[in-house]
Design a protein around this ligand. Structure first.
Ligand code: DX5
Ligand code: ZN
Length: 235
């Protein structure tokens, strides 16, 4: 498993989501990014928690062999505990499951950490932050969905900006080192809004992979992020 080199720095991380890439030509889609990103975000969907089925640990394993970058795996599946080991063995660097899919999330987080991965919980838009408050000691990241999970290309839910701000305050108050990731409807138009609200990991699918030149778009994201990190004195 590869680690993201900048995980422990305050720098904001860019995670392009391959959901919007051409999955039948993944090597070329990723090569087009020209290394202008930090981690590759892999959306695993099971057709139950969310309507679509995407891919499983086999593809993550093959991807891990092909790319130098660390893989950020977002599990949108019922019964995530049964899948944790498969994805850890496949080379996931971070493993994130949905709070809504797990009865015993603290146990799942511990298991993910024991397998050597960064452990994360994701919250759908309607799920309150209170649901993860007592899990923070066992978490390396919190993923806030800024659209309803299931599809790329949806519109950012603007009421999520307040949730990002509250999550940032909750994490800072806890004193634990937990990254705050946002996922859904993020483009360079609202990047400043989510980063200033406190996000330090940004997922973007359609805005990058459906751009005319995905490599240049990812580079533009990174430059904007660097400027915002400077403004917020993160670098
Ligand atoms: C949606 C996925 C996202 C998706 C984001 O359920 O979790 O990662 O790829 O796509 P955009 O950036 O197009 O909203
Ligand atoms: Zn995702």
């Amino acid at each position: 498993m590869k680690r993201c080199a900048d995980w422990t720095r305050a720098k904001t991380l860019l995670c392009p989501s391959i959901l919007s890439a051409d999955l039948s030509d993944l090597s070329n889609s990723i090569a087009a990014l020209d290394d202008n990103y930090d981690m590759l975000h892999c959306d695993v969907m099971d057709g139950s928690f969310v309507p679509l089925i995407t891919f499983g640990s086999q593809l993550v394993r093959q991807l891990n062999e092909k790319t130098k970058k660390a893989l950020d795996v977002h599990l949108m599946v019922i019964n995530p505990e049964s899948q944790i080991k498969n994805f850890a063995d496949a080379g996931a660097s971070s493993l994130v499951f949905h709070r809504e899919t797990s009865f015993h999330p603290q146990r799942v987080l511990s298991e993910i950490r024991s397998l050597g991965c960064y452990a994360g919980v994701s919250l759908s838009p309607a799920t309150p932050l209170e649901e993860v408050k007592y899990l923070l000691p066992d978490m390396d990241m919190l993923l806030l969905m800024t659209v309803n999970p299931g599809f790329g290309g949806q519109l950012y839910l603007k009421q999520m900006t307040e949730k990002i701000r509250s999550a940032r305050a909750m994490i800072d108050e806890s004193g634990y080192s937990v990254r705050l990731q946002v996922d859904g409807g993020i483009s360079r138009d609202n990047l400043g809004q989510v980063i200033r609200a406190g996000a330090d990991m940004v997922v973007s699918g359609s805005a990058i992979f459906l751009a005319e030149n995905p490599g240049l778009e990812a580079k533009a994201f990174q430059l904007d992020m660097l400027e915002l990190d400077r403004e917020l004195k993160r670098v």
